[in-house]
Design a protein around this ligand. Structure first.
Ligand code: G4P
Length: 527
């Protein structure tokens, strides 16, 4: 059936990395392979430059770039690949976490010089929570980096995932000769060129092949034989199931800048990466093959033009067919909506589309009806699960500095936090509003946008809050705890009570006093 063929073609994934590891470069090379772009340098980095953080319009402009590159679609070997972009700047990490809820797998880029960096660890934690299949690309092999065995150990140790080398580097840095492809026992020799599109893989009859000695210096051949013997002994063959369940990550070595080692990874990705997967909802699992449409909003992006307050909501299609001008039900608002100009993103441009299938991402114009996590269906009432909030790192209280504009401030902070720019916690007592973010930058953006888009003036006062904790346990305990810590309880956007613990010690004391309650730093937890 044509519909199922469409689903079996889709691969929707995100490339994640610590800033500067090479995500933009790799994305660009993928698009080159897919024939979507012809020249290198066409994909703009959506990195927000530290030097420009005081220039608000610059921030917005740079955030704007990330709209254009939010989803990039390309065809490769008969498949339709959707890459969902993730912001590089750590202050927008929450955006990245949300995007990870909309993909079926990820490619993680690691810089061979720096190894596993802080941001990589946090992103992987999110993948681990969701058992997302991961492929790892160790980049910049043309630079003097860490020993590959040490790197594998570091990946396993810090990322809490098993690894399985699929290619093996022959030296590194200036002496980088290429990689040995373990599954096909072939050799891909390195040439430093940014324009070469395909790798010329040399088929050899395993490492015993005498041809090797004419292709590589004898010391490299000896080392390669030794290394591969060790690898074969430890890792054996890759079990695809271990990858699909998120337990083992296949690892490739290469250089994105030199377009080296990418094709073999892309070919493996096309072969083993999952098609759109079933998704959990508040009532049941939804299979992508179901004919009735359903999907959820995972990202909202404000319009760059402050005179028009419309936004683009990004919808991930989970089942059935999304159609232009067809009525769909917005479950939270219990209201029908139809979309005259839904967008599909094609590499660098966006086009109005007529229909979309599971795995696809559709851009919907929104005038304030959507918030992150909203579900659209053909009528059935359920909400997609698994769009978590995480405890912010920095907390400030929102103080209104223009009492005549209270309503505007109220509406503005409500809508901007619906976009996922920051988390909002409201205390019942006195309606105090605490705003939490992962970086200082968001406060600047919030203050600027509240003033320019809503005409509201405010300031943010720092509050010493260590963590926001969602609480699970018996109702009686919870009630008792909330009474006991009344002054530190606030409600998130879904009206869940959250404990704003001032210090790690106070959190520990609460845990000791209420051993039957569990305190979670994310809103999504397995009870
Ligand atoms: P990001 O999106 O993950 O933040 O990283 P991006 O691709 O922008 O790459 C960061 C820097 O690393 C860039 O250099 C890029 O050229 C370089 N790079 C990427 N892949 C490789 C590689 O395989 N080898 C080497 N040696 N460098 C690589 P830049 O100087 O910051 O920017 P640019 O002026 O080159 O664009």
């Amino acid at each position: 059936m044509a519909y199922e063929t469409e689903i079996s073609k889709r691969k929707t994934f995100a490339i994640i990395a610590h800033p500067d590891a090479g995500k933009t470069t790799l994305t660009e090379k993928f698009l080159l392979f897919g024939g979507q772009i012809q020249t290198a340098g066409a994909v703009k980095s959506n990195k927000i430059n530290k030097a420009t953080t005081s220039d608000f319009m610059e921030i917005e402009k740079q955030r704007g770039i990330s709209v254009a590159t939010s989803v990039m679609t390309f065809g490769y070997r008969g498949k339709m690949v959707n890459i969902l972009d993730t912001p590089g700047h750590k202050d927008f990490a929450e955006d990245t976490y949300r995007t990870l809820t909309a993909v079926d797998s990820v490619i993680l880029v690691v810089d061979c010089v720096k190894g596993v960096e802080e941001q990589t660890e946090r992103l992987m934690e999110v993948c681990r929570m969701r058992d997302t299949p991961v492929i790892i690309f160790v980049n910049k092999m043309d630079r003097d980096g860490k020993d590959p065995f040490d790197l594998l150990e570091e990946l396993e140790g810090k990322l809490n995932i098993g690894v399985h080398p699929m290619s093996w580097p022959i030296n590194g840095g200036r002496d980088f000769k290429g990689v040995y492809l373990l599954p096909t026992q072939s050799l891909n020799l390195f040439e430093s060129t940014k324009t070469k599109l395909t790798d010329d893989v040399i088929k050899i009859e395993g490492l015993a092949d005498n041809q090797l000695d004419s292709l590589l210096p004898s010391k490299d051949v000896a080392k390669l034989r030794e290394d591969v013997e060790l690898i074969d002994g430890v890792y054996g063959d890759l079990d695809k199931n271990d990858y699909l369940t998120g337990n083992i990550a296949p690892v490739f070595f290469g250089s994105a800048l030199n377009n080296f080692g990418i094709q073999e990874m892309l070919d493996t990705f096309i072969e083993i990466a999952p098609n759109p997967k079933p998704r959990a909802t508040s009532t049941r699992m939804v299979e992508p093959t179901e004919t009735k449409f359903s999907g959820f909003i995972f990202k909202i992006h404000a319009n760059l033009d402050p005179r028009h307050r419309d936004r683009i909501a990004f919808l991930r299609v989970c089942s059935g067919k999304f159609e232009r001008n067809k009525n769909f039900k917005h479950i939270r608002l219990d209201k029908q909506f139809k979309f005259a100009n839904p967008y599909m993103f094609m590499a660098q441009s966006k086009e109005v589309m007529d229909d979309a299938y599971p795995g696809d991402v559709v851009g919907l114009y929104d005038t304030g009806n959507f918030k992150i996590g909203d579900t659209l269906t053909e009528g059935e009432a359920f909400m997609f699960k698994g769009i978590p909030s995480f405890s912010p790192e920095i907390f400030k209280e929102l103080i209104n500095t223009d009492p005549m504009k209270s309503k505007q401030l109220e509406k503005g902070i409500e809508q901007l936090t619906d976009e996922g720019l920051a988390s909002l916690f409201v205390q019942e007592l006195g309606n105090r509003k605490f705003v939490g973010t992962v970086g200082e930058l968001q406060f600047e953006v919030l203050q600027y946008r509240l003033e320019h888009e809503y005409g509201a003036k405010c300031r943010f006062e720092p509050r010493s809050i260590h963590k926001a904790c969602w609480i699970s346990g018996s109702e009686a305990d919870l009630k008792d705890f909330m009474k006991y810590r009344q002054n530190n309880i606030a409600y998130d956007k879904d009206k869940n009570p959250v404990f704003l613990a001032e210090t790690a010690f106070i959190l520990k004391m609460a845990e000791d006093k209420y051993p039957d309650l569990t305190f979670h730093t994310t809103s999504e937890f397995k009870v």
